[in-house]
Design a protein. Structure first.
Length: 705
C-alpha cells in the first residue's frame, strides 16, 4: 500500500468546474504533482462558498479512472459489430484523419460536420482552435440547440439579452418561485440562498411536473402537466390584472407593448388554464395572490420547462411576470434564467474563433437536435465526416435510434475526441484521448452568476492525452494549414479571451442597469493577470440592475410585444391530446426525462461510485396509472411509442403525477438493460423559438416487460 502524500508535498491550484451547470464553481485542487488528491469548492468565492455537488467532488475518481483513454485508437471492427480498436500513434492517426478530411474537403468542405456542445464550458477547450479550423476549412456550421436555445432566444426577445437578477440576493426574497428546476440536484448553490430566504420566513413554491427533491423541501408544489407553463403564466397575469396587483408606473415607463399583452392575458381566466395545466383553480388563484401581494418576489426559472414545442413562448411569458408587479425595483426581486448576457460584452469571441477565416463563405448549417435525420439524409452533399468533441450524441441526442443508424453508416468517417469509450466513441473510426479539466488551462464565464474564472492545470496530461486545443492545432498542421493562427498557444488564447482593460479614462463602471453595449468604453475590462492571481474576477454591476429600466433593448424597455415576434402566447405540445388526439389515444402517458441527481447529462455515468448511488435506470409512475395497467413497484416494464422502446425498472415512489411518467436520464445506452436509453423515445421536433430540442414533449405507453 502506497503512503499518502504529506501535506508539505501538496500544492493547491486554482480551478473552475467545466460542466454545463449554472453554478460554475471556483475550485481549489490539491495535487502532489502526479495525481489529483482532492477537489473542493473555494470558500472565498461568494457563489461557491466552499461547497461542491457530489458529482464534482468525485473529480479525482473521474480523472484517474482506470478506463481513461490514454492513447489514440483506430477501429478494426464493422460499426454494426461490437467495437474493437487497436492502439495507434498520434502521428499515424492524425496523418490518416487529415488525408480523409482533405479528400472530402476537396469535393465539398460542407460534407464535414463538427458536433460539439458543453462537455466543457471553457472558452478554450470548448471551441477556439476548433472553431478556427472549421472556419478556415469552410466546414458545415452546427446550430447548438440541444439544451437552452429556446429559453435563450426568449430572453433576447423579452429583455434584449440573457440577463437577470444576482444569485446572492435570492437570500433576501420573500417569495421564490422555483420554476422548472430541481435546484438541489442541478443548481445547488442557488438552493443555499433559497434556504437562507426560507429560514428568514420566505415562501418557496416549486412548479414542476415531477415531485423532485427540491419540491419536497418547498412549502408548496404545483405539479402541472408538461408543456403547460405558458398557460399558467397567462392565468397569473389574468389574476394580477383582475385584482389590480400591478405596478402601473413600471409598466408605463419600462414595458413596450403592454396593452397587447394585457388583452391576451384577459383571455386566460384560471378555469381555462386549469383545464390545460391539471392544476385546480384555487391553486392558480392562490399563486397569483402570493405573487401579486408579496415583495420582493423572485423567480428562479430553469431550462427544463422550455424543452417542449411552446417552450420559447412560455419563457417569454414567465419573464414578463416580474415587470407586471415591479419586482425589478428590488435587488431581491425579478427573475434569473441565465446571466450569460452580462459577460458577453467582455468576451472577445472574434479573436478566439476567427470568423474572418471563412473569407466570406457561408457554409450550410445543421441543427444538432436533429442530427439523426441529418446523418440519414443522403442528399448532396451528405455528411461524410463527423468530428465529435465535448458531446456524446449517441446518448444525449433525441430519437437516438435514428442517431445510431446514422452513426453506423459504413461510408461515414467519424472521429471522436473523448475521455472514455462512450456510446458515441464506440461507433467511431478514430478515438483521440483528451485531457480532463485537471490537466489543461482554460477560462470560464457563467450563466448562473457574474464572475469569470480561470482553470490552471493541476497535473500534466496523463498518458498521451492532449487538450482539445492542441489536438486541433496538430490536426490543422497535418491538413497543411501552417498559418499564424495555428501557432498561438493556450496562454495566448486565454489572454485574448476577454477584452483587456481600456484606458483609464474609460475605466468607470457601467452606468444604468443594462449590460454595456460596446467595447472598449463598456467598463473596466477583465485584467488577465489579476484573474490568474485571484482565480476569479467579479464583473462590476449594479445590485438592482433594472430598478429604473435601462434594459439592453434599443429603447431601454422590455418587449411585451416584440417588433417581429409579436405578443407571446401559449403554444401546446407537439405531442398531446389537443394537438394529436389519435396519438394520445395510442400513447396516453406524457413522458419527461429529467436528469438523474448524480449525473450531469451523460457525464459521470461511468463513475462507479455515482452510478452505484443511482443503481439502475428507472421509470417513475403514479400509483393509479400503474394500477390501471396491472403494474407493480420494482418490476421491469416496457415503455414505448412509434419511435422505439426501452426496458426500465418501475418506481412507484410518489414523484410522478397522474398521466406523466419520468424516465430519469441520461444513462449511457450501454448501461441500459436492453442497450438503450430514454432518448430512444424522444423526437426531433423543434421548439417554437430558438429551434431547440423537445425532450419533454413526448407521449408513450407502458406495459409489463
Amino acid at each position: 500500500m502506497s503512503a499518502s502524500p504529506s501535506t508539505e508535498s501538496l500544492r493547491t491550484v486554482h480551478g473552475a468546474c467545466p460542466h454545463d451547470c449554472p453554478d460554475t464553481c471556483a475550485l481549489q485542487v490539491q495535487t502532489d504533482g502526479q495525481r489529483v488528491i482532492k477537489v473542493s469548492g473555494r470558500a472565498d468565492h461568494a457563489s461557491t462558498h466552499g461547497a461542491l455537488c457530489t458529482k464534482v467532488s468525485r473529480y479525482p475518481e473521474r480523472t484517474h479512472h482506470p478506463e481513461r483513454l490514454l492513447t489514440p485508437l483506430k477501429r478494426v471492427s464493422a460499426k454494426t459489430e461490437p467495437p474493437r480498436f487497436e492502439t495507434v500513434s498520434w502521428e499515424a492517426a492524425l496523418a490518416d484523419i487529415a488525408t480523409r478530411l482533405n479528400a472530402i474537403a476537396a469535393r465539398d468542405p460542407q460534407a464535414i460536420q463538427p458536433y460539439s456542445y458543453a462537455g466543457t464550458m471553457g472558452l478554450l477547450q470548448g471551441g477556439s482552435m476548433a472553431d478556427r479550423l472549421w472556419n478556415r476549412l469552410g466546414a458545415a456550421r452546427l446550430e447548438r440547440t440541444i439544451c437552452a436555445s429556446a429559453g435563450a432566444e426568449a430572453l433576447n426577445l423579452t429583455y434584449g439579452s440573457r440577463v437577470g437578477m444576482h444569485l446572492r440576493f435570492f437570500a433576501e426574497s420573500k417569495l421564490i418561485l422555483i420554476w422548472g428546476s430541481n435546484s438541489i440536484a442541478s443548481n445547488l448553490h442557488f438552493w443555499t440562498y433559497a434556504n437562507q430566504a426560507k429560514r428568514a420566513g420566505a415562501k418557496l413554491v416549486c412548479i414542476d411536473p415531477r415531485r423532485s427533491e427540491t419540491a419536497d423541501k418547498c412549502h408548496q408544489h404545483l405539479a402541472l402537466r408538461p408543456g403547460s407553463d405558458g398557460a399558467l403564466a397567462l392565468a397569473l397575469m389574468h389574476e394580477l390584472i383582475r385584482h389590480d396587483w400591478l405596478d402601473h408606473d413600471y409598466l408605463a415607463r419600462h414595458v413596450e407593448g403592454w396593452p397587447g399583452l394585457r388583452e391576451r392575458a384577459l383571455q386566460w381566466p384560471p378555469e381555462r388554464a386549469a383545464a390545460l395545466t391539471g392544476l385546480n383553480v384555487a391553486e392558480i388563484e392562490g399563486l397569483a395572490r402570493d405573487y401579486g401581494q408579496t415583495a420582493p418576489a423572485a423567480i428562479r426559472l430553469n431550462y427544463g420547462m422550455q424543452r417542449v414545442r411552446g417552450g420559447g413562448n412560455a419563457v417569454r411569458l414567465i419573464a414578463l411576470l416580474p415587470c407586471l408587479v415591479g419586482a425589478w425595483k428590488h435587488r431581491a426581486g425579478g427573475l434569473l434564467l441565465s446571466s450569460s448576457g452580462w459577460v458577453a460584452p467582455y468576451k472577445n469571441n472574434e479573436a478566439l474563433e476567427r470568423p474572418d477565416l471563412l473569407a466570406g463563405r457561408q457554409p450550410r448549417s445543421v441543427n444538432m437536435s436533429a442530427i439523426g435525420d441529418a446523418l440519414l439524409d443522403l442528399n448532396d452533399p451528405p455528411i461524410q465526416a463527423l468530428v465529435v468533441y465535448n458531446s456524446n450524441p449517441a446518448a444525449v441526442a433525441p430519437d437516438s435510434g435514428r442517431v445510431i443508424r446514422g452513426l453506423q453508416r459504413a461510408d461515414l468517417f467519424t472521429v471522436v475526441i473523448e475521455h472514455f469509450l462512450t456510446d458515441t466513441a464506440d461507433l467511431a473510426d478514430y478515438v483521440l484521448p483528451a485531457t480532463t479539466q485537471m490537466e489543461h488551462l482554460d477560462v470560464h464565464a457563467s450563466y448562473g452568476h457574474t464572475d469569470v474564472l480561470i482553470n490552471e492545470p493541476a497535473i500534466a496530461p496523463l498518458g498521451q492525452a492532449k487538450p482539445n486545443t492542441q489536438i486541433f492545432r496538430e490536426l490543422a498542421l497535418a491538413m497543411g494549414f501552417d498559418e499564424p493562427w495555428v501557432h498561438e498557444d493556450d496562454e495566448a488564447l486565454a489572454r485574448m479571451a476577454f477584452f483587456a482593460p481600456p484606458d483609464a479614462a474609460d475605466a468607470a463602471s457601467p452606468q444604468g442597469g443594462g449590460p454595456p453595449r460596446e467595447r472598449p468604453s463598456a467598463g473596466p475590462g477583465i485584467p488577465f493577470d489579476a484573474l490568474r492571481e485571484q482565480g476569479f474576477y467579479s464583473l462590476p454591476l449594479p445590485e438592482a440592475p433594472f430598478a429604473d429600466g435601462s434594459w439592453p433593448t434599443p429603447n431601454g424597455k422590455v418587449w411585451a410585444a416584440h417588433p417581429q415576434a409579436g405578443v407571446p402566447d401559449f403554444v401546446p405540445n407537439q405531442e398531446c391530446a389537443e394537438t394529436d388526439s389519435a396519438r394520445a389515444v395510442r400513447y396516453p402517458l406524457a413522458m419527461i426525462s429529467p436528469p438523474a441527481r448524480n449525473f450531469l447529462n451523460s457525464s459521470f455515468v461511468n463513475v462507479k461510485s455515482l452510478r452505484d448511488i443511482e443503481r439502475e435506470p428507472l421509470l417513475e409512475m403514479h400509483a393509479q396509472d400503474a394500477a390501471a395497467r396491472g403494474l407493480q413497484d420494482g418490476q421491469m416494464v416496457r415503455v414505448f411509442n412509434a419511435r422505439g422502446e426501452q426496458l426500465l425498472r418501475l418506481a412507484l415512489n410518489g414523484r410522478a403525477r397522474p398521466g406523466v411518467v419520468n424516465g430519469l436520464g441520461v444513462w449511457w445506452r450501454k448501461f441500459g438493460v436492453d442497450g438503450k436509453n430514454v432518448n430512444e423515445l424522444t423526437h426531433q421536433g423543434l421548439t417554437d423559438i430558438g429551434a431547440g430540442a423537445c425532450f419533454y414533449d413526448c407521449l408513450v405507453e407502458v406495459t409489463a416487460a
